[in-house]
Design a protein around this ligand. Sequence first.
Ligand SMILES: [Zn+2]
Ligand SMILES: [Zn+2]
Ligand SMILES: [Zn+2]
Ligand SMILES: [Zn+2]
Length: 763
Amino acid sequence: MKTLVIVESPSKAKTIEKYLGKDYHVISSKGHIRDLPPDELGVDIEASFEPKFTLMRGKEKVVQQIKEEARNKPVLLASDMDREGEAIAWHLAQILSLSDQETNRVLFSEITEKAIKAAIKRPLRINRSKVEAQFARRILDRLVGYQISPFLWKVIQVKSLSAGRVQSVALRFICDLEEKILTFVPEEYWKFKARFLCEKMQGELETALVSVDGVSLEKQPIRNVQDAMKIEEEILKSSFAVRSVEEKVINRKPPAPFITSTLQQEASNRLGFSVSRTMKVAQELYEGLETKDGPLAFITYMRTDSNRISEEALEAAKLYITEHFGESHSKTQRYGKNKANTQDAHEAIRPTYPDVDPQKAEKMLSADQAKLYRLIWSRFMASQMIPAVYRQTKIKIEDIEQGCYTFEAEGARCVEEGYEKVYPPTSKEKDLSVVPVAGTPASLSHFEKAQNFTTPPARFTEASLVKKLEKEGIGRPSTYASIIHTLLERHYAYREQKSLVPTFLGMIVNHFMSDFFPKIIQAKFTASMEENLDKVEEGEENWKEAIQRFYSDFEPTLLKLKEKTLTKSLNWLFSTNLPCKENEKHTLILKMGRFGPYLRCEACDKNYSISEKAKIIFRQNQAEIYGETVLENSKEVVAIGRACPKCGGDLVERQGRYGKFIACSNYPKCKYTENVDEKVAAKCPKCGADVVRKKSKRGRTFFACKNNAYNGGTCDFFSWYEPTEEKCPQCGQTMVLKKGRSGEESIVCESCARTTRIAKKTK
Ligand SMILES: [Zn+2]
Ligand SMILES: [Zn+2]
Ligand SMILES: [Zn+2]
Ligand SMILES: [Zn+2]
């Protein structure tokens, strides 16, 4: 009898089945199967936060298949090795009524024949603590999201808004920084450069003035042109000599192999990849590809915060380095917190077969895959090589008479490339291979001074935001990508080149959070919550107690706000720095309306809309707004040729602050409105008419044929996922666009599960 093995994704199933042979049948759960219900809280707060898990929409078929396949067969659960994977295994065990005493959980961090076979031989029990850590995170996120959002709707009045536990902190980082940038006052400072001719040296030596009278310019900058001119005058009158030449040998140790956060940062810095692109490509490399020699997985599991390396991989790296760079270049290095702890199944992100070098791999991979593989491979090899050795030189030149003006030149020369042979640094230092002798004269050949101004702090890039989140202890390997994705998707932030910039709405939501839920957006508070979740995973803390502790903090705030909004409608408005365009003496006020924040002049009875990219700083009841405002022209309406279902008047299309909408022409007598349906590119697979994107009452997006009953038609096409123009090459059905865990998009056939992954569309 065959053993049934259940994995998370279909593309892995085939490979694993091939490795395991005829005694095993491998199928996939296609990700999560059960979750909290979308249309209710789904957490029984009274019954110590008991979650109510229900089958996810669209998963009925998959679950039915799994149940049928599992009948009378031994079952092994081989979902991914992170917390989410453990929870998926638990849910599978539940629907298959497997005992929690059974050893049916299979864990592997790489999809190689050896690793898979070894894992199958020693199945474990489902790790209950890990599952509970995942439950706790899910429940906390749900409590915050579902309980804060109604207030957001009430106060800011945009129904699509929502607040998340962890991304609210990330949004705060971005908004705080934006405020610093907006209020930044540049300061003047002067820079002085000089070139000297020295004995024994070819050409000129480039230097910079670093101190005056022994006080460093960094500590006490020259702030005005008068002082700068005085310095210039004196320097031009002086004669100089080489004061000192210092040489130091410096060892640069190789960096540790990648974990999720460092991979995301380096792929962004070195390859210009967004965090979600990195995770999508890494997943492809992990799941592997069909090559002419059979299936091949290129890297180990990409969601990890351990940089441990298996003994075998250490050995393979040593072999490769010895063969290609000589034994002298190999230096075996073990990483990780508990070097002796073999329980830790997690590993660094590394090549599964270190001898498959980037040149060999390139032929089998797409351009993106090849780039990321090269980065991962090089970083791993580098971690097993000797340090790079530099000879660092610092030359000081001073005026002979008083030793008042000190110029410095710094440089370094590489004497041993070491690991940098495979992982070169991103910036090169100035090469100073020939140096002057201390005490010999130096003649000034060129001098220049330049006025400078201090610049505001740089905005976050995806890479630096991940770094910040990691440093503050917020988020975990599996959440960095989704945090950024959520901020962008909710229009709380947008990309400007590589920077993440808050939108006007984002800054307002952030102010709402700091006004009403200050604790939720405290970095420390969220970090301690993450620590508690880690403790739950380690079995050191009860998960329900962890939630309770959070909730006793959260609930009073919630109740207070509930009271406030019950007694009187919370009128959240601010006077601003902006004058009315009709009359300069009027000041505009910021109000929240049905379609979000807008500006209003009460005296003129005029409304203004604000550009999405405008910025705002709140000071108590006063708001400073930077950005475009546009007087709203309420006369510009287009009849759409349909009658109002409420009063029979003409329906018209209006331009709102957040796009077009349909309203009754009898407004304000009749307040009927509806959303304008947005057409998608694909046509209806059933009748060929247009397909429109719609929102359900619960706010979930769905897709329906324009020729449906609601519009007087007869077609019943409906889908939770956006249909595409692609047909499944296996069964001919229309394929749909799905979003994965880390925001990556893929085109999927829902009827036969043949998946084609695609790059995320650039907006
Ligand atoms: Zn006015
Ligand atoms: Zn009407
Ligand atoms: Zn249709
Ligand atoms: Zn198909």
